[in-house]
Design a protein around this ligand. Structure first.
Ligand SMILES: *[C@@H]1O[C@H](CO)[C@@H](O)[C@H](O)[C@H]1NC(C)=O
Ligand SMILES: *[C@@H]1O[C@H](CO)[C@@H](O)[C@H](O)[C@H]1NC(C)=O
Ligand SMILES: *[C@@H]1O[C@H](CO)[C@@H](O)[C@H](O)[C@H]1NC(C)=O
Length: 480
């Protein structure tokens, strides 16, 4: 039963009320820091004219400089900041219903659609497969500002900062090599083209990307079996958040337009239309047609190495004691050296250690922890091993005049994967066929002869040891 009372407030109630009143007064007078800070959403910028930026509002950070101020009258056009097949940087890119929209009144200036995006189906060989990857209006449309106003209204929601959109199927993402030495590698090569003066220590003025959107991979299909992909991404960009195919779907199904400040858009199938890809078979090679610092990768390398607990610049210079690391696959079960050749090679490397004092490591990468793998690679001057995923670690070596990768192939066999990657970082690569060595530009064509994947790959340990000495500028003393 509720007791109704019409009596005057008690003394206790009065005190409470007074307290509430004073608090309210105090709160309303205090200035919330939120109101003081720069507006980061469209809410308060919506009605600012594009060029009506007073002196006080001159953007102070790189990220703010990109920001297009949206007026109530017009829809900002999309700017293609840079583009090569498979890798495109956009400002003011629109998304609606899962479709990418480029708003432009000069559609002829927009690159061929198939060099930007694909249908993101699984990548197979053959004409039918190639045709199935060709993008349609479902994937990407180029529309005029008039059409945009009609389609979007005047207030698409703004998504600020830099967003990396990965349009690939999971097929190649879930592999340490294809992630660290292709997709992430190409992404950073593309984005870092906006800062072509990155110094040797890797410091860059570029704002870190805020988020990555995997349009077609779910949360369980971007990691690799060795759990390296997530380490690389999370250590390079600790604040980055990730969205996956279900989130992409969520946003599409809302049927409302969004405008992204800046997008680095990557698409493997689109990159495969490029001339560089046809030469190297590497999607990242397309991005090397953009401007860039020779130290472009050091930004990523030094963050990843610091995260693993070492100095980000470790391995630099040519005066410290060289570190030779042989990544053995002899316990892996596939693509292994002839056992005696492996033993002989190890013996020759230990001779170098005993004679010259080099540090020599013979390791199976899958037996090391992730931290150990990053630390060892970061300290390594010469890395060697049979063609395989273990060599992906070469991306954590410090490029220097001595830094070298030596890759063993079954004679007649060759693949560009590690050779291209080594050179892209400014290091030297040697291929070895038994007792024959070769290096760029005298590399053979890619070939996978019988025996390539087998366990009888020959290698001459003496030749490899001599090559190490040559790389350290000591080849003459080897003859004494
Ligand atoms: C609140 O902000 C105004 C204008 O920014 C300022 O003049 C005033 O002193 C501030 N008041 C307090 C309590 O900080
Ligand atoms: C949204 O996408 C679906 C396909 O997923 C398509 O059938 C539909 O027509 C699209 N709606 C608009 C407004 O484009
Ligand atoms: C990196 O190098 C640049 C130019 O050499 C220098 O200005 C900057 O202070 C260095 N940054 C760090 C963190 O050492």
């Amino acid at each position: 039963m509720i007791k109704h009372s019409a009596s005057a407030p008690t003394r206790r109630e009065f005190v409470l009320l007074a307290f509430l009143f004073i608090s309210l007064l105090w709160i309303s007078r205090a200035n919330f820091s939120v109101r003081e800070s720069r507006p980061s959403s469209l809410l308060e910028e919506e009605f600012i004219e594009e060029h009506d930026v007073s002196q006080d509002d001159v953007p102070s950070t790189e990220a703010e400089r990109w920001r297009t101020r949206v007026s109530s009258k017009r829809i900002p056009t999309t700017r293609i900041v840079s583009h090569v097949p498979g890798w495109t940087i956009f400002d003011n890119l629109y998304l609606l219903n899962g479709t990418v929209f480029i708003v432009s009144d000069e559609p002829k200036q927009v690159p061929d659609r198939k060099t930007i995006i694909s249908t993101a189906v699984k990548i197979d060989n053959g004409d039918v497969a190639v045709a199935s990857r060709l993008p349609t209006d479902r994937e990407l449309r180029v529309i005029s500002t008039d059409d945009a106003r009609e389609l979007f209204g005047t207030s698409p929601a703004l998504i600020d900062g830099a967003t990396w959109i990965v349009n690939d199927p999971p097929q190649f993402i879930t592999h340490y090599y294809h992630w660290s030495a292709e997709l992430f590698f190409g992404f950073w090569r593309t984005y870092s083209s906006l800062d072509p003066f990155i110094p040797a220590n890797g410091s860059s003025s570029l704002p870190a990307p805020r988020r990555v959107w995997f349009a077609h991979a779910d949360a369980d299909h971007w990691r690799d079996y060795a759990l390296m992909n997530q380490w690389v991404l999370r250590s390079a960009f600790p604040s980055l958040s990730a969205e996956y195919s279900a989130d992409w779907q969520d946003r599409a199904e809302m049927g409302r337009p969004v405008m992204l400040d800046r997008v680095i858009f990557s698409d493997r199938a689109a990159a495969m239309n490029g001339a560089e890809f046809l030469r190297t078979g590497r999607i990242a090679s397309e991005a090397f047609d953009l401007p860039g610092s020779v130290h472009w990768w050091n930004t990523i390398r030094s963050e990843v190495i610091k995260f693993s607990g070492l100095d980000g610049q470790i391995g630099a210079g040519t005066t410290h004691n060289p570190v030779i690391t042989y990544i053995s696959r002899q316990e892996w079960g596939r693509r292994m050296l002839i056992p005696e050749d492996h033993e002989k090679l190890v013996g020759e490397l230990y001779n170098l250690r005993d004679k010259y004092g080099y540090e020599v490591n013979v390791v199976s990468m899958d037996k090391l922890s992730r931290v150990e793998q990053f630390q060892l690679a970061a300290r390594t001057t010469i890395m060697m091993g049979v063609h395989g995923n273990g060599l992906t670690s070469l991306v954590w070596m410090k490029p220097s005049p001595r830094a070298t990768v030596i890759e063993f192939f079954y004679p007649g066999g060759f693949a560009h994967d590690y050779e291209y990657t080594t050179r892209a970082l400014g290091m030297v690569h040697y291929g070895v066929w038994g007792d024959k060595t070769f290096t760029h530009p005298d590399t053979p064509p890619a070939a996978y002869p019988e025996g390539f994947q087998g366990n009888s790959i020959p290698v001459n340990g003496e030749v490899v040891a001599r090559l190490c000495l040559e790389r350290f500028g000591l080849s003459n003393t080897a003859d004494d």
